[in-house]
Structure formats: structure tokens, C-alpha cells
Write a protein that binds this ligand. Structure first.
Ligand SMILES: N[C@@H](CCC[C@H](N)C(=O)O)C(=O)O
Length: 259
């Protein structure tokens, strides 16, 4: 069987996108998805995303991490699938779609995708570590010298810490650049490595920076793969709504998979 695929990246978080509106892609074949995402033996990507039909939305997003397992919400993947759906002509400039964490809306311009994220119900001090769920689980830690931090080793030890089992968590390290800008590096669960950028991760960092450091809305984020902006409405008790993840998402190339 052959499938057309498209490669997209959002601030360097890269994904294989497949138009699976006919639902023929073997989505339960975890080894296949893992192989396609492998950077030596496959196409190479942080994840694979299927675009499927939904009766009430423009489309449905089904996201798999590079380990082949279905993941929780992917913010950069969400921005990439919006660009993909726009390239397929599924909507003009505004869309509503369904993902694993519920409904999302987005606005497309030539330069950016502005993606509405799920509301955040609170921030926890999970055994001395700051934890929140922005569609995916995230730890946020502020550090002084992010450039020289061993993100893979420090992130992995928290990701597998017994306090977060069985699901584990993504881990973000952030350094203050100025009054409304942060530099963020993320260890991603399911990729089991540092990625160039993580959308739900930078969203988590921005909300914690507002809550703990009084950083105003919007928060500007620098990642290894480029710049993002997170805008939000802060409510009482560390709850947030009207959260938007804003930044570029681009098609990189197209090809055919034979399985
Ligand atoms: N890269 C993603 C995060 C994807 C979810 C994560 N790896 C998980 O399943 O925990 C993003 O941009 O949000």
C-alpha cells in the first residue's frame, strides 16, 4: 500500500502529516509509525499526525509521538495540521477542529498560525516541582544558564521520576531573557529526547512565568527552532483561559510511503 505524506515543521518541531480522511492508514501499527519517524531508518520526525474527518468540525487531529504511541495534545503539531488543512483547502482563514484534548480553533495568516489551546485548570507544586497540564503534562523549571544545561539527562531523570508514573511528563527548562521574554528548552516524552521546540511546553512555561514571576501577557518565547508568542487571560487560583500559541508552521517537503 502507498500513502502520500507531507513533512511540516513548527519552530523546528517536525511532523509527518498524512491526509487520512479515508481512514486507510494502519494507525494501530506502532512499529510502523516509529520506523517512519526514525531519523536514520525512516523519514525522520518528532511525531506523525493523521488528518481525519469529523462530522462536527473541519477535521480531526490524531497525533502519534516518535515512539509510535498515540500522544496527548501537541501544540506545534496542532499549528502544523492547521497549515496542512489550509493547504488542502479545507477552510479559508479560520478553522475549528477536534484533537485528543477537545475542540481547538485557529486563525491562519501567511506568516503565523494562532492556535487556541485548552483552558488550564491550575498549577500544582508536585513534590517541589511545578506541574501543569496544557493538553499535555509539563514540568516547568527556571534556571540561570540554560545554554549549558544538559537538558537530555536532567529532563530524562524528571520524566521517569516515580512521582510522575505511570504516564510520565514532559520537562521544560526556562531562562529569563528580559521582562516579557524567555528562552525555553524541552525534553519531550514520547520522543525521549530534547526537541527544538514544544508548543504545549512553551505554553506551560508562559503561564507559570505569569503566575510566579508576574510576567505580563503576551509572553515571548525563544526556542532552539525559532520564536513563539503565548497570549492568555489569567483568572483566579492559577487558572487560565483564552490561551493562544502563535508562531510559524511550514511545509518542508512531500513524498510517498510504501508499507
Ligand atoms: N511537541 C508537542 C508535545 C507533544 C506531546 C508530548 N510529547 C506527549 O505526548 O507528552 C507540542 O508541541 O506540544
Amino acid at each position: 500500500m502507498t500513502f502520500d505524506f507531507f513533512k511540516y515543521q513548527g519552530t523546528g518541531n517536525d511532523f509527518i502529516l498524512i491526509d487520512d480522511r479515508n481512514e486507510t492508514f494502519p494507525a494501530t501499527d506502532q512499529a510502523l509509525v516509529e520506523r517512519l519517524c526514525h531519523r536514520r531508518f525512516g523519514i525522520g520526525a518528532d511525531g506523525l499526525i493523521l488528518l481525519r474527518n469529523d462530522p462536527e468540525y473541519d477535521f480531526r487531529m490524531v497525533y502519534f509521538n516518535a515512539d509510535g504511541a498515540e500522544g496527548s495534545m501537541c501544540g506545534n503539531g496542532g499549528r502544523c495540521i492547521v497549515r496542512f488543512a489550509h493547504d488542502l483547502g479545507l477552510f479559508a482563514s479560520e478553522t475549528r477542529f477536534l484533537a485528543v484534548d477537545g475542540e481547538h480553533s485557529a486563525v491562519v495568516t501567511e506568516e503565523t498560525i494562532s492556535l487556541k489551546m485548552s483552558e488550564v485548570a491550575g498549577i500544582d507544586g508536585h513534590g517541589g516541582l511545578t506541574f501543569l497540564n496544557t493538553g499535555s503534562p509539563h514540568i516547568v523549571q527556571f534556571v540561570d544558564d540554560l545554554e549549558s544545561l544538559d537538558v537530555v539527562s536532567e529532563g530524562r531523570s524528571i520524566r521517569y521520576d516515580s512521582r510522575f508514573q505511570p504516564g510520565g511528563t514532559n520537562v521544560n527548562f526556562a531562562q529569563i531573557v528580559d521582562g516579557n521574554t524567555l528562552f525555553v528548552r524541552t525534553y519531550e516524552r514520547g520522543v525521549e529526547d530534547e526537541t527544538y521546540s514544544c508548543g504545549t511546553g512553551v505554553t506551560a512555561v508562559a503561564l507559570v512565568a505569569n503566575s510566579q514571576l508576574n510576567m505580563p501577557d503576551p509572553v515571548f518565547i525563544k526556542t532552539l527552532g525559532g520564536n513563539l508568542r503565548v497570549s492568555f487571560n489569567a483568572k483566579a487560583e492559577e487558572r487560565f483561559d483564552n490561551i493562544y500559541l502563535i508562531g510559524p508552521a511550514k511545509r518542508v517537503f512531500a513524498g510517498t510511503i510504501t508499507v
